[in-house]
Design a protein around this ligand. Structure first.
Ligand code: ASP
Length: 521
């Protein structure tokens, strides 16, 4: 019986991982050596080469040392997406401290528990937020305005190298980043990300996606989300030019920015991709230039993939699946992006994906079970949370850890993963086992449905669907009935002009569940 343990050295897998720098700032140093004058990162205000970015990151490290920041200290930043964040990331790494990016939309009452949990040595924020009336009351740590910090960083960047304070020695096992994956609704939970894991994951992803020196990568994701943060690392590995557009940039402006910047790589989540398809439909001509869309965060409906391909001729649409706890599990090989609809690809080079049953035993290919990741990308656990860590990160019997994702899916005979949903997304109704993912895929196929969320039944309400559409609910349900067996057709349908989004741009399931539960009680 073929086992669904997918060893990456096997057929059909991505090749083996390459070696290189083992520290986050080492990635930048390699790029600055190899391509010093290449454009590294820009936003509406700043535009730096790799040489300049490296210098600025040294200067920020010096500033941290001058503040008394020591190796292992946390450096919290709460700033909108900008090129300066790349400097702060690499500079913090250089100082041996831990970068803690906080979403700029996180407000006081949500921020307080995060700051209490991270216990940063200092916090960098926008000037108004850094003022006494702002974030100061939320943490005993000093709060610095980015404008003040920046003036000092620019001054230090122009000092001769000989005037630098001695830097910190950093071990690959040291933490580079803390990434908070839940904020307001539950107790804070940060994934502890050491240099070795971060660099391995970024390098393995780069090996599959192949960012190039002639690429312009357009990202508008916050750096508090790994999808935004790793764009800095991937672009650095590719010697590519990362163009950051602020989190607040409206989707409407994005199409213009794609043209203006001559973007070649555009990372998307489903809501953004759907918007691009809609905007592209208004353009007189297909939009040239983009060679690759990379998608993660949630399943990208086939209709959206087809729409992107139509609007951006020649562009690859690469499906991926990941969790911050190991960054990324799978990527579809770029040149096979149109194969195996519904799959989210192969395990990263040098890693493996297993499907296990309730007892943790691998199940055969084709069978559904929990998705588990193994390899050098698995992070060591949650920050200061051994109980939660023990549930998710379990010993692999060989001295390493396996990540139990809590997500369900299956592998095919060739090791391609098919994502079926979170544990709560899989359920039985009228004797039939199903997943919200397949019902959402059917809804996304209905012309006129821009986005949708299916809510699994609870003990108080039956299966429900919320769609962003001008169609009336009966039409949506009738169309679903044409596409699905009767047990899978929801009992309730609610239509909205737009679905609420999380700060990362995913549909906000919790908000929608609260809305529907309130209405159907
Ligand atoms: N970490 C995931 C990825 O990069 C994204 C997510 O957590 O939703 O694929």
């Amino acid at each position: 019986m073929p086992s669904s343990t997918h060893n990456l050295q096997g057929d059909g897998a991505h090749g083996a991982a390459a070696s290189g720098p083992s520290l986050v700032h080492g990635l930048l140093d390699a790029a600055a050596r190899e391509a010093p004058e290449a454009p590294a990162v820009s936003d509406g205000a700043d535009h730096w080469t790799y040489r300049r970015l490296a210098r600025l990151s040294h200067a920020f490290a010096q500033w941290l040392l001058a503040q008394g920041v020591r190796p292992g200290d946390r450096v919290a930043v709460r700033l909108p997406t900008s090129a300066r964040l790349a400097v702060l990331l690499f500079g913090t790494s250089r100082a041996g401290a831990v970068f803690v990016p906080l979403n700029p939309e996180t407000r006081g009452f949500q921020l307080r528990p995060l700051l209490a949990d991270a216990e940063p040595a200092l916090l960098v924020a926008e000037a108004e937020a850094a003022a006494a009336s702002g974030l100061g009351g939320l943490t005993p740590a000093p709060v610095h305005s980015i404008e003040d910090v920046w003036a000092d960083v620019e001054r230090r960047a122009d000092l001769p190298d000989g005037e630098r304070l001695p830097g910190a020695a950093v071990a690959p096992t040291a933490l580079a980043v803390l990434l908070y994956t839940s904020g307001s609704t539950s107790t804070p939970k940060a994934v502890a990300c050491p240099h070795a894991q971060v660099v391995f994951a970024a390098s393995a992803i780069q090996q599959v996606l192949g960012y190039r020196p002639d690429d312009v990568v357009l990202s508008r994701f916050p750096m508090s989300w790994d999808v935004g943060l790793y764009k800095v690392l991937l672009s650095t590995l590719g010697r590519s030019h990362l163009v950051l557009v602020g989190d607040g940039t409206s989707d409407l402006v994005l199409m213009r920015r794609i043209r203006e910047t001559a973007a070649t790589v555009v990372p998307v989540v489903p809501s953004l991709a759907a918007m691009l398809v809609k905007l592209a439909a208004r353009e007189a001509e297909p939009v040239p230039g983009v060679r690759m869309f990379t998608s993660t965060g949630a399943a990208l409906p086939q209709a959206t993939i087809d729409g992107l391909r139509r609007a951006f001729p020649g562009a690859r649409v690469v499906r991926q699946y990941g969790q911050t706890e190991c960054k990324r599990l799978t990527v579809m090989p770029v040149d096979r992006d149109d194969e195996r609809p519904g799959s989210v690809g192969l395990a990263l080079p040098g890693t493996s994906v297993l499907i296990v049953d309730g007892e943790g035993r691998p199940v055969p290919a084709g069978e559904t079970g929990e998705i588990v990741a193994a390899g050098p990308h698995v992070m060591p656990g949650y920050w200061r949370d051994p109980e939660r860590s023990a549930v998710t990160f379990r010993p692999d019997g060989a001295g390493g850890l396996r990540l139990h994702t809590g997500d369900f899916g299956r592998l095919d005979e060739d090791g391609f993963l098919y994502f079926e949903g979170r544990r709560d997304d899989l359920f039985k109704r009228r004797g039939t086992r199903m997943s919200v993912v397949e019902i959402e895929a059917a809804a996304a196929d209905i012309p006129g449905v821009r986005a949708c969320v299916v809510l699994a039944p609870t003990d108080r309400r039956d299966l429900a669907i919320v769609v962003a559409s001008e169609l009336d609910p009966h039409t949506v349900l009738r169309e679903l009935a044409r596409r699905l067996e009767p047990a899978k057709v929801p009992a309730h349908c609610r239509t909205l002009a737009e679905l609420p989004l999380t700060p990362h741009g995913k549909s906000d399931r919790k908000a929608l569940a609260a809305m529907i539960d309130g209405e159907t009680r």
